[in-house]
Design a protein around this ligand. Structure first.
Ligand SMILES: Nc1ncnc2c1ncn2[C@@H]1O[C@H](COP(=O)(O)OP(=O)(O)OP(=O)(O)O)[C@@H](O)[C@H]1O
Length: 194
């Protein structure tokens, strides 16, 4: 039983009172897009940890979910038929703080050549995706988070060069089969120097 889901099959409870899946996806997409545009002009703390992820998530999804910015309190998997189990929710803060500490020790991926940056980004992206801190909106939140890290390190991430299906497939392979080749190829494709 998923407390985030309302009585209508598979539809997340939301501030808008929407009870139909496609209508919610559309409204969520529009509102989070608008909030993302707004973020371009909003200075955010660059703590590069769970706090920053929560601030980004809250900003993007504040119009849609009461739990925007809050770590999930249910275990979840992406595919009903496949594996894609994400980290148990109870250890999200510990795992994210471990990731943030290593990212700090790695100087937030600064001063690396392109191959070194792409390798690091692939590993950290896969790890954060496995942590999957939120019930929904992880992709949009982590793409923005890594764009900010990249920007600081002298790189631009061109996410529009990758389709959602391609990104999902690469993440599934990395998560379920520990095969990061496609994810690395994808990160290589989107990484440009500033
Ligand atoms: N089968 C899978 N296994 C592992 N990770 C996956 C799988 N499918 C998708 N992902 C990852 O999960 C993210 C989607 O998570 P979530 O649905 O919480 O985020 P979103 O922002 O709502 O979606 P999107 O990234 O499609 O805009 C994808 O961007 C991808 O990184």
């Amino acid at each position: 039983m998923d407390p985030y889901v309302g009585p209508e099959a598979g539809v997340l409870r939301n501030r808008l009172g929407i009870t139909e899946k496609v209508a919610l996806e559309e409204a969520e997409g529009d509102l989070s897009h608008w909030r993302r545009m707004q973020l371009l002009d909003t200075p955010l703390p660059a703590s590069r940890d769970l706090d920053e992820l929560r601030v980004i998530h809250h900003h993007l999804f504040q119009d849609v979910y009461t739990w925007a910015g809050q770590v999930r309190t249910v275990d979840m998997r992406k595919n009903v038929d496949g594996a894609a189990v994400f980290l148990p929710w109870a250890v999200i803060p510990t795992a994210t703080s471990f990731l943030a500490q290593r990212l700090r020790e790695d100087d937030h991926l600064r001063r690396r050549d392109r191959a070194g940056f792409v390798d690091g980004l692939t590993d950290y992206y896969e790890e954060l995706n496995y942590i999957h801190p939120f019930r929904e909106g992880n992709g949009r939140t982590q793409r923005l988070f890594w764009s900010r890290v990249a920007d600081d390190a002298g790189w631009l991430l061109g996410w529009s060069a990758v389709s959602g299906a391609e990104n999902d497939r690469a993440c599934r392979l990395a998560n379920d089969e520990h095969d990061k080749d496609q994810l690395r190829e994808l990160m290589q494709r989107i990484t440009r120097s500033q």
